[in-house]
Design a protein around this ligand. Structure first.
Ligand code: HH2
Length: 270
């Protein structure tokens, strides 16, 4: 396994590993190193392509944490997993955290601000690491207060393509684009973006979709508890896969690997 030199076959799974006390679904669950590693290895054995390791919650209303705190949470996990047969993504907004994570063995940076800080793009370019550029309106603390767009699909797509061009211009080797489900968006905005996915996947860049256990599933199907939302998540992520997504970001990793294998078998030509 060498950075981005992996064989893609259909839609792959990025397993979520939040090493935080307060993430909206798995907060606190992986806060000890042993628990984080056990979960990571379970997801690896289930067949995920990549693990997304985060030390700062970006749920609506979340307060930022200092870089040191984030690093104390994620570096031991990344160090222990590097060379363990799974790609590692670091979910961070901070260039200094990304840089330390890449040095410790991470392969990809997942930036939910879409590379708004040019230093993040320079860090990725310097390390020869790809970046996932996600669209977010505003910032986590306030993004769900009054999301507003004239044309959400056009605005998200223009932002992502612009950031991808900026990343390439400074030498980032590869990018993934993510419409940012739930990040400064109403239910209608999320649905419009999900329905328009084929337009985004039609371009040259891989697309990542992360709808796992998010609140739109409660709005659509009346599921107040995040941990009860895996069936709705699967419905959204199978739609994303059929729409050409390269990766789906999921808490229930094994269920996703299984469902995507079955969907893929159905889609193979006779
Ligand atoms: N969603 C979350 C975090 N990171 N990264 C990408 N690329 N796309 C997403 O949709 C995305 C993301 C939020 O979910 P989660 O990690 O489960 O919760 P928290 O931010 O509370 O840690």
């Amino acid at each position: 396994m060498d950075g981005w030199q992996v064989e893609w076959s259909g839609t792959a799974v990025m397993g979520i590993l939040n090493v935080t006390p307060d993430s909206f679904s798995d907060g606190g669950r992986h806060f000890s190193l042993d628990a984080a590693l056990a979960s990571a290895r379970q997801m690896r054995d289930a067949g995920v392509l990549m693990l997304d390791i985060g030390g700062e919650s970006t749920r609506p209303g979340a307060e930022p944490v200092p870089a040191n705190t984030e690093l104390d949470r994620i570096l031991p996990v990344i160090q222990a997993l590097s060379g363990d047969g799974v790609l590692i993504s670091v979910d961070t907004l901070k260039p200094e955290v990304a840089q330390a994570a890449l040095r410790a063995g991470a392969h990809l940076v997942n930036d939910v601000s879409g590379g708004r800080d040019p230093e993040m793009l320079r860090v990725c370019a310097g390390a020869g690491a790809p970046i996932c550029l996600m669209h977010m309106q505003g910032e986590p603390r306030t993004m769900q207060h009054h999301p507003s767009y004239d044309d959400v699909v056009a605005e998200v797509s223009t932002f992502l393509h612009g950031q991808a061009a900026a990343a390439r211009a400074v030498g980032v080797p590869d990018v993934l684009l993510d419409p940012g489900i739930g990040f400064g968006k109403t239910l209608e905005h999320n649905l419009a973006l999900l329905r328009a996915l084929p337009q985004l996947t039609d371009g040259p860049d891989g697309v990542l979709v992360g709808a796992s256990r998010k609140r739109l599933i409660d709005y659509l199907a009346d599921v107040p508890l995040a941990e009860d939302r895996d069936p709705g998540t699967l419905a959204l992520h199978l739609h994303a896969a059929r729409s050409g997504a390269a990766l789906v970001r999921a808490h229930a990793a094994a269920a996703h690997v299984q469902a995507l294998r079955v969907q893929r078998a159905l889609d193979l030509p006779q």
